[in-house]
Write a protein that binds this ligand. Structure first.
Ligand code: GDP
Length: 693
C-alpha cells in the first residue's frame, strides 16, 4: 500500500501550486463521489517509498456548511490518510491557523507547510517556524511552492510523521471547555470511535454531521450532559459552539502576532505601503473605493463606454450571447411546429424552458465580468483594504467594523456570509450582522439588476446598478444604527485584519475562478432554475381545472395566486396594472433561488419570444420591451429595491435559522427583512412620485 497523504489548506494558500510541484505529470483529476468538486490525486516520486497525494478542496474550517468542507472532512474522518500536509499561507498566518487548530484534533499526523516564505522574506520578515512547531507540537517546514524551495525537507518530515503517528496539542484541552470535551471524548473512546477528540468537539458544537451519525447514537446522553456542563462554565448567553470558535481565535490572536519577526525598521516603506498611503487615506479612501466600484459597473453595464458612444465590454459580449439563444428558440419553434408537436410540448419547451432559462443565461457575460472584477480586486489584496476603510468609517458611528468581513462575503452569496458571522464576538453582534447580510447584493441577484437596467434605464444602466449596490450598503448601515439604539449598547470591538501585500493578480487564476463561477451558474440554470421554470410554465399555462390557457393569461393557477397576494405590493407601485400579478409572483418564486425572478419574468412576460425571434428580433429584446411597457421607471426601481432587501433565498433562510438558534429571532429577522424591503420600496416609489418622476 502506498502512503496516503492529504493536502489541506485555505483557498489561495498555494495548494494547487504545491500539488502540481509535488506530483508533476502523475496527477489525475476527477470528481469527488457525488459532487462536482475537483478530485485530484497524484503519485509523489523520490520519497524512498510509494506515496499518493490527495488534494482536498480549499476550506477555512471543517464544519459541514459548504460542499468543500463536507468533502474534505469526510475524506479525513472516513478514509484516515497516513498524514495531512496542512499548507498555511505564512503571509496570512492568523486566518490560516483557524483550520490548523481543527486539523490538529483529528487522529492523523499533521505537518505544517509554511508556504509563501519567499514573500515573507521579501518583506524583510521571518516567521518563527520553530516556535510555531513548539506551540503546536507538530513539524513546521518553511517552503515556497512557487519557487520549489523546501519541498524535500517538507516531504521528509511528512514521511517521518506518517510513520511516527500522531503528535501535537489540542488547544481546547486547556480551556474552560476542556472537561466537557474530555467527558464526551471518553465515551467515544469507549466505543473505539476514530478521531474521538475531533468528534467530541463537533458533538459539543451540535454539529449536524456528527449528531446524525448512527454509530454515535449511544453517546448522545453524555453529549447532552457535557453540553450542560459546558454551558455552566460559560458566561450566560454564550453557547459552546460560539465559545469554541472564539477560543480558537483567541488562541491564534495570542500567538500569531508573536510568531512574525519584523527585522526591517518600519521606516522603510515598501511599495505596498506607498500605495496604501493613498488607497487607505482617511479622506480619499472611501471616494477611491467608490470610484473603483463605479468603474467596474461602468465597464460591465454601460452601453456608452466613457461617453464614446460605443458599448462597454459587458454590453458588447451580452449582445453576442443573444444571437445563439434567439437562433435556438427560432429554430426550435420552427422545428416543433413543422414536426407537428403538441401545443403543450411547444409551450413547455419554448415559452417555458427557452424563455425562462434563456433569460437567465443571456446575462452570463455580464455576470462573469462582475465576478472577474471582484476576483481581481480580491486577488490584488484591495478587498482587505476596503474592509479596513469601511471599518474605520463605521466605527465612527460606533458600529463594529468586524461585521464588515462577513458582509463583504455577502456580495458573493449570503449563505457562507451568514456562517462567517461566527467569528464575531457576541451573540448580539452576530444577530445584528446576520440581519444586514442579505442587504448586500449577492451574485444571484445581479441578473435582476441587469435585466431591469437594460429594459428601463439603458442609458444609465451602470449608474442604476451601482445605485442598487449602494442602496444595500446604506440600508445596512442605517438599520445597524437603529438596532444599536434598541439592543446593542456596548463599544465596538476593533477589527483585526491583516493587510496582505498587494500582489499583481494572476490573470490565469482570475480566469480560472471565473470559469468555476460560470460552471456553477450554468449548472444552476440547468438544474434548479430549469425545474423551477418548468413548474412556473405549468402553473402559468393551466387553470385549476387543468385546462390549458395561453402562458401569461389571467386565468392560470399562477395568476390566481399572484392576484391573491398582489394587494401587499400595490402601494409599492409595481403590482397594480393588468400584469401586476406577474411581478408579485416572481417575487415569490425568487424565494426558491434569486435567479428564478428573472426566469419567471422570462416565462410570464414573454409569450411571443418565438414570434419575435422568427421575425428577426431577439428573444431578449422582446422581453425587455415587454418589461418596459409594464413597469414605469419608478416602479422598476421599487421592484429592484424590494428584491434586494427582502427575504433572500431558501438556502439563506435555512442558514439564518440554524445560526440564530432561536425561533423568536428567526421570526423577527424574517419580519425585519420583509418590513425593510416594503418600507424602502414604498419610500422610493411614493417620494419619487411626489417629486414628479
Ligand atoms: P490554491 O487556491 O490554494 O490552490 O492556491 P494557488 O496554488 O492557486 O496559489 C494562489 C496564488 O499564490 C497564486 O498566484 C500562486 O502563484 C501564488 N503562490 C503559491 N505559492 C506561492 C509561494 O510559495 N510564493 C509566492 N510568492 N506565491 C505563491
Amino acid at each position: 500500500m502506498p502512503l496516503r497523504l492529504a493536502l489541506a489548506g485555505n483557498p489561495n494558500s498555494g495548494k494547487t501550486t504545491l500539488f502540481n510541484e509535488l506530483t508533476g505529470a502523475t496527477a489525475r483529476v476527477g470528481n469527488w463521489p457525488g459532487v462536482t468538486i475537483d478530485r485530484k490525486e497524484g503519485a509523489v516520486r523520490g520519497l524512498g517509498e510509494a506515496a499518493v497525494l490527495v488534494d482536498l478542496p480549499g476550506i477555512y474550517s471543517l464544519s459541514p456548511y459548504t460542499p468543500e468542507e463536507v468533502v474534505s472532512r469526510n475524506y479525513l474522518t472516513q478514509e484516515a490518510p497516513d498524514a495531512i500536509i496542512n499548507i498555511v499561507d505564512a503571509t496570512n498566518l492568523a486566518r490560516n491557523l483557524y483550520l490548523t487548530t481543527q486539523l490538529m484534533e483529528l487522529d492523523i499526523p499533521v505537518v505544517i507547510a509554511l508556504n509563501m516564505s519567499d514573500e515573507v522574506e521579501k518583506k524583510g520578515d521571518t516567521v518563527d517556524s520553530q516556535a510555531l512547531s513548539g506551540l503546536l507540537g507538530v513539524p513546521v517546514v518553511a517552503i515556497s511552492a512557487l519557487r520549489g524551495q523546501g519541498l524535500k525537507a517538507l516531504m521528509d518530515a511528512t514521511v517521518a510523521a506518517a510513520h511516527a503517528g500522531r503528535h501535537g496539542y489540542n488547544i481546547l484541552d486547556t480551556s474552560v471547555l476542556g472537561p466537557a470535551i474530555n467527558s464526551v471524548r471518553g465515551s467515544l473512546d469507549a466505543i473505539g470511535y476514530p478521531s474521538a477528540h475531533f468528534h467530541a468537539v463537533k458533538l459539543l458544537e451540535n454539529d449536524r454531521l456528527s449528531i446524525a451519525d448512527p454509530h454515535l447514537a449511544g453517546c448522545l446522553g453524555t453529549v447532552l450532559e457535557a453540553q450542560q456542563q459546558a454551558q455552566a462554565a460559560l458566561p450566560p448567553g454564550d453557547s459552546p459552539e460560539s465559545a469554541i470558535a472564539a477560543l480558537r481565535y483567541r488562541w491564534i490572536a495570542a500567538y500569531a502576532q508573536s510568531l512574525v519577526i519584523h527585522s526591517r525598521p518600519s521606516m522603510l516603506r515598501t511599495a505596498s505601503d506607498a500605495i496604501d498611503k493613498w488607497l487607505t487615506h482617511p479622506l480619499l479612501g472611501i471616494p477611491l473605493f467608490l470610484a473603483f466600484m463605479f468603474c467596474m459597473f461602468h465597464l460591465t453595464f454601460s452601453e456608452n463606454l466613457l461617453g464614446l458612444g460605443i458599448p462597454g465590454p459587458g454590453v458588447y459580449l451580452q449582445g453576442l450571447m443573444e444571437v445563439p439563444i434567439s437562433w435556438l428558440s427560432g429554430w426550435l419553434g420552427g422545428a416543433l411546429a413543422a414536426g407537428g408537436a403538441s401545443a403543450w410540448a411547444q409551450g413547455l419547451l419554448i415559452d417555458g424552458v427557452i424563455a425562462g432559462v434563456g433569460a437567465v443565461l443571456s446575462f452570463v457575460p455580464q455576470i462573469m465580468m462582475l465576478f472577474l472584477f471582484l476576483s481581481l480586486l480580491e486577488d490584488s489584496g484591495y478587498m482587505a483594504r476596503a474592509a479596513y476603510i469601511m471599518d474605520r468609517a463605521l466605527r465612527r458611528f460606533g458600529l463594529s467594523g468586524r461585521a464588515f468581513l462577513p458582509m463583504l462575503m455577502g456580495f458573493g452569496c449570503s449563505v457562507p456570509a451568514l456562517l462567517a458571522t461566527r467569528t464575531l464576538e457576541t451573540e448580539k453582534t452576530r444577530r445584528m450582522t446576520m440581519l444586514m447580510i442579505p442587504y448586500m447584493s449577492c451574485g444571484a441577484k445581479a441578473p435582476i439588476w441587469a435585466i431591469f437596467a437594460a429594459a428601463l434605464f439603458p442609458r444609465q444602466a451602470d449608474v442604476v446598478v451601482f445605485g442598487i449596490y449602494l442602496l444595500g450598503i446604506l440600508t445596512a448601515v442605517v438599520s445597524a444604527l437603529l438596532f444599536k439604539r434598541v439592543l446593542y449598547k456596548t463599544a465596538a470591538a476593533p477589527l483585526i485584519i491583516e493587510l496582505p501585500p498587494y500582489r499583481l493578480p494572476k490573470l490565469k487564476n482570475s480566469l480560472l475562478l471565473m470559469w468555476q463561477k460560470l460552471r456553477e451558474y450554468v449548472v444552476r440554470a440547468g438544474t434548479v432554475i430549469l425545474l423551477a421554470t418548468m413548474a412556473i410554465w405549468f402553473l402559468s399555462s393551466f387553470t385549476w381545472g387543468l385546462t390549458m390557457v395561453a402562458a401569461g393569461s389571467g386565468q392560470s393557477i399562477l395568476a390566481t395566486i399572484g392576484n391573491a397576494i398582489r394587494w401587499f405590493f400595490i402601494p409599492l407601485g409595481f403590482a397594480s396594472g393588468p400584469d401586476g400579478w406577474k411581478a408579485a409572483v416572481a417575487i415569490l418564486t425568487g424565494l426558491l433561488a434569486k435567479e428564478a425572478v428573472v426566469s419567471t419574468l422570462g416565462v410570464l412576460y414573454n409569450p411571443d419570444v418565438v414570434g419575435d425571434a422568427l421575425e428577426g428580433g431577439t428573444a431578449q429584446g422582446a422581453l425587455l420591451a415587454a418589461l418596459a411597457a409594464s413597469f414605469s421607471p419608478l416602479a422598476a426601481l421599487s421592484y429592484m429595491a424590494f428584491n434586494l432587501l427582502s427575504i433572500p433565498c431558501m438556502a439563506a433562510v435555512a442558514a439564518m435559522r440554524a445560526e440564530m438558534r432561536s425561533p423568536r429571532w428567526t421570526a423577527v429577522t424574517l419580519g425585519v427583512w420583509v418590513g425593510t424591503a416594503w418600507l424602502v420600496s414604498f419610500l422610493i416609489y411614493n417620494v419619487g412620485r411626489l417629486l414628479g418622476f
